[in-house]
Design a binder for this molecule. Structure first.
Ligand SMILES: NC(=O)c1ccc[n+]([C@@H]2O[C@H](COP(=O)([O-])OP(=O)(O)OC[C@H]3O[C@@H](n4cnc5c(N)ncnc54)[C@H](O)[C@@H]3O)[C@@H](O)[C@H]2O)c1
Length: 249
């Protein structure tokens, strides 16, 4: 498929996991991708995996919580690619903390990276996105809508991404710009897995969650994001896509 021939994409969190898989998927479908991450090492590994043209992958190191760096990344993307058609916000962090141990610093960090970082990129990129065809895909989480013990602050930050995205969709609909939140369930990346659960706590809840389709590979979520960003999804905006392998059916 070459759904993204000539399409210019800025994607964050492209140095690992879902963001890397999405960047590679979009390049493989012909996109010119401006790949942002705070990890230069991660971006180098992503670039090393990208295939030959017609797609293009350019990397750029930036921290999504740094307002100046976000503005600089958007400017650099537009300059290098000749514009931005699609913004995909994937960068994020995860923490599990029992409520009694939750600190203001934990909460602020999770919100700053997951919610504020996403909002900053949307704000900076929106004036450049083309009316009638611009797209924003924001990665939230199934945790935004389904309770998970020890994930209160993470879930709240992802609920913020979800709510932000739905309201933004309403705000920019008059320009013909689509905004789609994608909420993965459990995905096999460095961010997830049993290793993130807090020690010495009752984590039996997690053993009871049964995703009929198992844990996702990042490429499976990349496929969903690519669909949401593509013209195939041209009538889709302001609606969450929950890709959790049936965990909550
Ligand atoms: N893995 C899962 O099970 C799962 C489930 C639901 C949602 N998600 C969401 O998917 C997104 C991607 O997660 P992943 O599983 O691929 O994790 P990952 O750790 O493999 O990748 C996250 C990437 O974001 C980058 N990043 C983190 N903070 C940053 C910052 N301040 N500035 C710039 N880059 C930053 C990291 O360097 C990393 O490359 C996250 O938003 C995460 O919350 C993941």
């Amino acid at each position: 498929m070459n759904r993204f021939d000539g399409v210019k994409v800025l994607i964050t969190g492209a140095g690992s996991g879902i963001g890397r898989a999405t960047a590679l998927r979009l390049v493989s479908e012909g996109a010119a991708v401006f790949a942002v991450d705070r990890s230069g090492e991660g971006l180098a590994a992503t670039a090393a995996s990208a295939g030959p043209p017609p797609g293009l992958l350019v990397t750029h190191t930036a921290d999504v919580t740094d307002e100046e760096a976000v503005a600089g990344a958007v400017r650099a993307a537009a300059g290098r690619l000749g514009g931005i058609d699609v913004l995909v916000n994937v960068a994020g962090i995860h923490r599990t903390t029992p409520i009694g141990e939750l600190t203001v610093a934990d909460m602020e960090l999770l919100f700053r990276v997951n919610a504020v970082g996403t909002a900053l990129f949307c704000r900076q990129a929106l004036p450049l996105l083309p009316d009638g065809s611009g797209v924003i895909v924001n990665v939230a989480s199934s945790a935004a809508a389904h309770g998970n013990p020890y994930m209160t602050a993470y879930a709240a930050s992802k609920g913020a991404v979800l709510g932000f995205s739905l309201s933004l969709a309403a705000e920019v609909a008059h320009r013909g710009i689509r905004v789609v939140p994608v909420s993965p369930g459990s995905v096999a990346t460095p961010l997830a897995g049993p290793h993130v659960l807090p020690a010495g706590q009752d984590v039996s809840y997690y053993g009871r969650i049964r995703a009929p389709f198992g844990t996702a590979e990042p490429e499976q979520i990349a496929g969903v994001i690519a669909f949401a960003a593509s013209r195939d999804a041209g009538y889709l905006t302001g609606a969450e896509i929950r890709a959790d392998g049936g965990s909550h059916i």
